[in-house]
Design a protein. Structure first.
Length: 234
């Protein structure tokens, strides 16, 4: 690859980078909304479900109807907030366990993760706006070979434990957790140009991933950043 320093850590975005954006919006979100009413009816008084309810603002957790309406509103506006992400992860867990949900990775993803680990000795980590719990579920249930990729993922970061993905400080915080790796030895891959810019500002190598179904990468971004259509181009 063009970068002067061989990466020792590969930090991956999820949506639009390792799997299609449509999987989240067209599969995961609708599944959560469909599963929500039955789940609330069954789990409302279950102590194990109490932390999920307690995380919601009190005015939206008075009863199942109020909570459902609030969840639908948040999801219709694609609001990224921690208590919603936690509930979504809870709902998705049963779907993955039953086989109703399976993450459709792009064909190059699983082989490249294996190669980064085995051939280059690099650590592979994830940084997504989805919760860490949801990230772990996704990588445990994929269409890859093997289907469970969690054993080769070293760590997971989200907007709660790292910060907003378009801010330099978030990438600095991630890199600081692993001081044995110089920040220039990190390679961040994302479909989002603003995230790539933030990672570069923090000192990481970073590349724009242009997958089918992603927003078009503008000419200015192509002049400034390396753009690949597949991890095999790295």
């Amino acid at each position: 690859m063009a970068a002067a320093t061989k990466p020792r850590v590969v930090l991956l975005d999820i949506e639009g980078t390792v799997c299609p954006i449509s999987f989240v919006k067209d599969v995961l979100f609708p599944y959560a909304l469909t599963a929500l009413p039955d789940t609330l009816a069954r789990e409302w008084t279950n102590p194990s479900f109490a932390p999920y309810l307690a995380a919601f603002p009190p005015e939206h957790a008075t009863d199942a109807a109020a909570l459902t309406a609030h969840v639908r509103d948040l999801m219709s506006r694609d609001v990224k907030i921690a208590y919603l992400k936690s509930l979504q992860g809870y709902l998705w867990e049963s779907g993955y366990a039953s086989g109703a949900l399976k993450a459709p990775l792009f064909p190059d993803v699983a082989p490249r993760i294996a190669a980064w680990r085995a051939d280059q000795g690099a650590q592979v980590m994830i940084y997504s706006s989805g919760s860490v719990a949801a990230q772990k579920l996704l990588f445990r249930h994929t269409n890859g070979e093997p289907a469970d990729l969690s054993p080769v993922i070293e760590d997971y970061f989200d907007t709660v434990n790292a910060g907003p993905k378009t801010e330099r400080a978030s990438y600095e915080k991630i890199a600081a957790k692993y001081p044995q790796f110089a920040v220039g030895e990190w390679l961040f891959l994302s479909d989002n140009v603003r995230e790539v810019e933030a990672a570069k500002e923090a000192g990481m190598q970073s590349v724009v991933v242009d997958r089918p179904g992603n927003a078009e990468v503008g000419e200015e971004a192509r002049r400034v950043h390396k753009v690949v259509k597949s991890f095999d181009e790295l």
